[in-house]
Write a protein that binds this ligand. Structure first.
Ligand SMILES: NC(=O)c1ccc[n+]([C@@H]2O[C@H](COP(=O)([O-])OP(=O)(O)OC[C@H]3O[C@@H](n4cnc5c(N)ncnc54)[C@H](OP(=O)(O)O)[C@@H]3O)[C@@H](O)[C@H]2O)c1
Length: 256
């Protein structure tokens, strides 16, 4: 990947997006860090990132962000579709509003971002789209509705898109981290349906205890995932890998 390649990262106010923007900027790429609240990006600006307001559920905001990068660099060279949030519960307790909201952010926003950057990538006959999938997109955890559903959708979407855009030199990579220590868990908690008691109470408590046991002292850092993302992007046309899994406890970042 050439050092002049422009990188656009969504959801940089915290966690993996923030670490990824920092990693690209430190590696010398023109990096555009974006967030719904641009005031959260001051530290990234100080580290050399350009900053943008971008809410991936808002068409005006999405189009303006891509236009800004294209105006300066001709095209977005690497798009990291990181913005997303979790949440869920037993299907019977999950409001349809939560299912819709989560698909708006984790799936529809991401699909639209791809549509917006593709003309530029095709024009320059190259580019890389990195989508943030999840281990939850490969094996559904209990109470995985709707979060796991959105990440399963990205598996299919990424496979469909990859074949369509490969002839234009555009790569599509799916990164599938296991548990990562960010504020993701706390944010997800806020989205969970708040139902006290009820027929699923014991089931939910057991799932919570199981999840806490699985994650205890065993989570990746946001920087671990940022390293996988920058490597996946840098692999360019040489990289045969289309899926990059990274599990807590594993030393390698295998592609498959
Ligand atoms: N943490 C994990 O265990 C884990 C595991 C596998 C995959 N992932 C995936 O990794 C990605 C990043 O998660 P994280 O762990 O870094 O969590 P995080 O720290 O909560 O970061 C999520 C980011 O997404 C942003 N976001 C949410 N809705 C948005 C919208 N409509 N438009 C633009 N930005 C929006 C948030 O911005 P605000 O500050 O505005 O809310 C925040 O910057 C997500 O796609 C997640 O599904 C996480």
């Amino acid at each position: 990947m050439e050092r002049s390649t422009a990188v656009l990262v969504t959801g940089c106010s915290s966690g993996i997006g923030r670490a990824t923007a920092l990693a690209f900027a430190r590696a010398g790429f023109p990096t555009w860090a974006s967030a719904r609240r641009p005031e959260t990006l001051a530290e990234l600006a100080a580290a050399g990132c350009r900053t943008l307001r971008l809410d991936v559920t808002d068409e005006e905001s999405r189009a303006a962000a891509v236009r800004a990068v294209v105006a300066e660099h001709g095209a977005v060279g690497v798009l990291v579709n990181n913005a997303g949030h979790g949440g869920g519960g037993p299907v019977e307790e999950v409001p349809l509003r939560l299912v819709r909201d989560m698909f708006e952010t984790n799936v529809f926003g991401l699909v639209r971002m791809c549509q917006l950057v593709l003309p530029g990538m095709r024009g320059q006959r190259g580019g890389t789209i990195v989508n943030l999938g999840s281990g939850a997109g490969l094996a559904t955890p209990p109470t995985g509705c709707p979060y796991a559903m959105t990440k399963y959708a990205l598996e299919s979407f990424s496979d469909a898109l990859r074949l369509e855009v490969a002839p234009f030199g555009v790569r599509v990579v799916l990164v599938e981290p296991g548990a990562v220590a960010t504020r993701f868990g706390a944010t997800s908690e806020r989205h969970n349906p708040q139902v006290e008691g009820g027929p699923y109470e014991t089931f939910k408590r057991n799932v919570e205890a199981m999840t806490a046991r699985a994650h205890r002292g065993n989570a990746l850092t946001a920087e671990d995932v940022a390293t996988v993302i920058t490597r996946a992007a840098a692999a360019g046309a040489r990289g045969p890998a289309t899926r990059w899994a990274r599990r807590p406890g594993s030393r390698r970042s295998p592609g498959s």
